[in-house]
Write a protein that binds this ligand. Structure first.
Ligand code: IPE
Ligand code: MG
Length: 228
């Protein structure tokens, strides 16, 4: 989700206002994706690098996070949405962590779309944490070095039980990954749009899905593998 700051600047508004309207896009996206039958929606809400932004902006983002978690639970629940979180969430303010755990618990029995929030998330940090987990397993004698394979690594990532994304959407025209799901996006289809996140609503999502539906995914093979 990129471009909140530019959206605000274009209108002579404070950056926090861009984040506030960006949250409306989050709300719209969660609703549309769950209606459309998307199984997992992962939102890059706050990166490990975002901590270095001005304190006031970080505070505004944390406030919006808690506000969203509190306010959206009834609607998420009525849409049968589950909630998961990836990232170094122990770095978040205690009140946000508490609200997160409460929301995850409240929605845990749901069986529809899983909304995954990437918070204090960095792809490299995730790989570091996975390597530490694997090293601990080896040291404890539960795992042989020869048995470390792609499955073991994937299982040790924050996304352990979450499938790899099929489609990666980036708003605001930036042609880079910015430390997002580095391992998991190996074969994800990418869609970059100039539209700024606060303007990214259902019609834009449908454009992205339409574009995605025209892709031929071969996964390194000559022909696309047969659907399971
Ligand atoms: C992305 O918008 C939102 C978050 C970091 C949560 P930006 O704040 O990065 O917006 P730009 O890139 O300054 O326009
Ligand atoms: Mg940005």
């Amino acid at each position: 989700m990129d471009g909140n700051g530019r959206w605000a600047k274009q209108r002579g508004l404070p950056r926090a206002e861009g984040h506030r309207i960006g949250m409306e896009s989050v709300r719209a996206m969660v609703r549309s994706c769950s209606e459309l039958g998307v199984e997992y929606l992962t939102l890059y809400a706050f990166s490990s690098e975002n901590w270095k932004r001005p304190r006031t902006e970080v505070a505004a983002l944390m406030y919006l996070l808690e506000f969203f978690l509190k306010q959206e639970i009834p609607e998420l629940n009525s849409n049968n949405v589950r909630l998961a979180v990836i990232g170094r969430t122990h770095d978040l303010p205690a009140s946000a962590q508490k609200q997160l755990n409460k929301s995850i618990e409240t929605l845990s029995k749901n069986t529809g779309m899983t909304l995954v929030l990437a918070l204090s998330y960095g792809g490299r940090a995730e790989i570091v944490d996975a390597m530490r987990g694997i090293a601990r397993e080896v040291k404890a004698g539960h795992l042989e070095i020869a048995d470390i394979d792609e499955v073991v690594i994937a299982r040790n990532l924050y996304t352990g039980s979450i499938p790899d994304p099929d489609l990666l959407i980036r708003t605001s025209g930036e042609m880079r990954i910015s430390n997002f799901l580095l391992w998991q996006i190996s074969y994800a289809e990418m869609y970059v749009t100039e539209v700024l996140w606060p303007d990214f609503r259902k019609p834009e999502l449908l454009k992205a899905l339409e574009d995605y539906s025209q892709r031929s995914r071969r996964f390194g093979l000559v022909n696309p593998p047969k659907a399971k």
